[in-house]
Design a protein around this ligand. Structure first.
Ligand SMILES: [Zn+2]
Length: 235
């Protein structure tokens, strides 16, 4: 039995070069024998990758439809109208939009799925407002927050695909986005609860976020740290 002198892989007598690294086999005790039986079958079968997405989508659709249908039936039977069951139906529909399109969309997936998921979330919030918790919270609190998250997401997505490529810089960008969200959140909450805006806690939380983003940018300039990260975390 021979072993490759370079990578140590076990070699069959019929192999003239190592199948792994290509180094020529040199073993005076067991010279290369072209007539020795091949360790692998000569026939090569190529299987086309199976596409299970259709089946998976069907299973997901059935699994999500079942609770929706049962709740609707109970709701109609006991309260004679589609009321609370709409919350379950809406939640299942939202989950469906979150999961199934992600199986199919490949081009600009992050952006397209982001738009779809936002639309689904808006739809569900509207259902909650319409069927369960009527009030101004949808227009004054929930929708502005969803729009804010979407805007920040699109900005970060654009910057990360076109401008910022280093991993640590991307992490810094993501961390630096948090304060914008926090300030927006406090603005929306203040406006909804008091009708006026006075920022306080969002600034307190934003400062450590910005400092951490700055730290990541500084670390990005340290080659030794980046090498350690690559070695230990495969980043
Ligand atoms: Zn080898």
């Amino acid at each position: 039995m021979s072993y490759c002198v370079n990578c140590g892989v076990e070699l069959a007598p019929c192999e003239r070069v190592c199948p792994l690294c290509g180094v020529e086999v040199a073993n005076p005790r067991q010279p290369y024998d072209p007539n020795a039986p091949k360790p692998f079958p000569a026939r090569l079968d190529i299987f086309a990758p199976t596409d299970n997405r259709g089946f998976l989508s069907l299973i997901i659709t059935i699994v999500l439809s079942l609770p929706a249908a049962i709740c609707l039936a109970c709701d109609v039977a006991y309260t004679h109208g589609a009321g609370w069951s709409m919350l379950v139906i809406g939640a299942m529909a939202m989950l469906w939009v979150f999961i199934v399109p992600a199986l199919y969309i490949r081009r600009h997936a992050v952006l397209v799925l982001g738009v779809l998921d936002t639309a689904a979330l808006w739809g569900y919030l509207w259902i909650v407002e319409h069927f369960a918790a009527k009030g101004t919270w949808l227009m004054q609190l929930a929708l502005p927050l969803v729009v804010l998250v979407d805007i920040l997401f699109v900005i970060d997505y654009f910057l990360m695909t076109k401008v910022v490529f280093a991993r640590l810089k991307r992490a810094a960008l993501a961390v630096a986005t948090v304060p914008f969200f926090l300030v927006g959140l406090e603005c929306c909450l203040d406006w909804y609860l008091d009708g006026r805006i006075s920022l306080s806690w969002s600034f307190l939380v934003s400062v450590p976020c910005l400092l951490f983003a700055l730290l990541l940018l500084v670390l990005n300039r340290r080659e030794r740290f980046k090498k350690e990260m690559h070695k230990r975390l495969h980043m």
